[in-house]
Design a binder for this molecule. Structure first.
Ligand code: GLY
Ligand code: MN
Ligand code: MN
Length: 437
């Protein structure tokens, strides 16, 4: 399942229309990253660049210039070179960029220094991701200087450098039907993968065996890449928020926390489930699990257009704090404990984040200093958690080392929200039943 070229063309049109008169926008693609010596990580395109082109080759660059007669959409791309292509694989080349990727004009990468100063000449503002990449900043300055060097010949360099992020990321924050179809599919594949991992779990197996099952399932279902490194933490490893070692054995009596989601056509999914390695929750595990689950469900229930983003988080803080008091892990007045931030010993992250082409997706959370109200088409995660440090001497030993998160992906709809990740169970009874299979 892929985003159509028509959709990419519409996005470029919208951005061209949003750019003020006399501006140029530059969006750079990603380069290959070195893993070690001359071995490279698999290529992942820059999300902004891919959002506007669907073009998946390294080192490319998009330039948009509204109203330009010779063409408003200009792409720079790796050249077609049969000798290189034996090593790198097929390249579309400038012709392919025009024919298949909607460029009005396209050039080889090595023609950037020749053409970009010409394209900047006469523009008042240059929009790009200022400050996000040192090499790009240096390149942009060199192109600006090349225009300034021709001032006596009548060349005029842009006066202002403007961050493109606000314009472009506001577009990316709202997902259309094509994007939602891809995200539904990514979430469904990841949900199945979580079910497979739950079924495989058993004391004596290693965390990476579950990671392997997740990756293998996603790949078999058409999702070649994960959206981030899977977290598979057994026992106290579940309390380490970004645990990715995944190399410990699961012990009888451990909970296992898996946070993993595949990527499909550069759209992420992001799911966490927590379950007992031996298939049965202990009393303490169940008590804390039910609290996190109840919070996850209440937060999802609350989500609807108009609700300020922060109210979802505030509800999670309220529910988790009062639950911890009821179970005896905190003591005192709930409102005072919230005021003091006592929950932060157990719940140290926020309720969620925007989700899209990046797992922690772009888009502002506040507008004019206020938490922004939710709107249809926004996709976010809902991921309350409780993590009782093994070193926490303020709670009875029976609670220590329990780490739990329950994370779903939802899209805000006109009426409320649609849960994209309901394909993987989360109630105690359902999890125990699945694991008994
Ligand atoms: N997997 C990263 C997160 O849940 O935010
Ligand atoms: Mn996650
Ligand atoms: Mn998340």
């Amino acid at each position: 399942m892929k985003i159509s070229q028509q959709c990419y063309a519409q996005r470029r049109r919208r951005l061209l229309e949003a750019l003020p008169e006399g501006s140029v926008a530059l969006v750079a693609g990603a380069s290959l990253a070195t893993r070690n010596r001359d071995a490279e990580f698999p290529f992942r395109q820059n999300s902004d660049f891919y959002y506007l082109t669907g073009f998946n080759e390294p080192d490319a660059l998009l330039l948009l210039k509204p109203g330009r007669e010779e063409g408003e959409v200009v792409l720079f791309c790796p050249p077609r070179d049969p000798a290189m292509e034996i090593w790198t694989g097929y390249r579309a080349g400038p012709e392919g960029c025009v024919e298949r990727f909607g460029a009005d004009q396209a050039f080889d990468l090595d023609e950037q220094d020749e053409h970009i100063p010409e394209l900047l000449d006469g523009a008042r503002r240059l929009y790009y991701a200022v400050g996000s990449d040192d090499a790009l900043d240096a390149q942009v300055l060199s192109w600006l200087n090349a225009v300034r060097a021709k001032a006596r010949l009548g060349a005029e360099a842009p006066e202002e450098l403007v961050l493109l992020d606000n314009l472009l990321h506001e577009m990316r924050l709202f997902k259309d039907e094509e994007e939602l179809a891809v995200m539904r599919q990514a979430a469904a594949i990841s949900a199945e993968a979580h079910c497979e991992a739950m079924k495989l779990a058993a004391p004596g197996r290693y965390e990476y065996e579950l990671e392997g099952r997740i990756i293998s399932h996603c790949m078999s279902a058409g999702a070649r890449f994960q959206a981030y490194s899977p977290i598979v933490g057994a026992g106290a490893n579940g309390c380490i928020l970004h645990y990715i070692e995944n190399d410990a054995p699961m012990n009888d009596g451990d909970l296992v926390l898996i946070d993993a989601g595949c990527e499909l056509d550069c759209y992420a999914s992001d799911i966490t489930r927590t379950f007992p390695a031996n298939g049965r929750f202990s009393d303490e595990q169940r008590a804390l699990y039910e609290l996190v689950l109840k919070t996850n469900q209440a937060c999802i229930e609350l989500i609807k257009p108009g609700l300020p983003w922060n109210e979802v988080h505030d509800l999670s803080v309220q529910m988790l704090t009062s639950g911890l008091v009821e179970l005896g892990l905190l003591s005192g007045d709930v409102d005072e404990l919230i005021e003091q931030g006592a929950y932060r010993d157990f719940y140290m992250h926020r309720i969620g984040h925007w989700l899209g082409m990046d797992v922690h997706d772009v888009g502002n959370y506040k507008v004019n200093g206020e938490w922004r109200p939710l709107e249809p088409g926004m996709v976010m995660t809902v991921e309350p958690g409780l993590y009782v440090s093994p070193q926490n001497e303020n709670v009875e030993p029976r609670w220590r080392g329990i780490g739990i998160r329950v994370e779903d992906d939802v899209v805000v709809t006109e009426q409320g929200c649609e849960v994209l990740t309901s394909g993987v169970p989360k109630s105690v009874a359902e999890i125990e039943a699945l694991m008994a299979q």
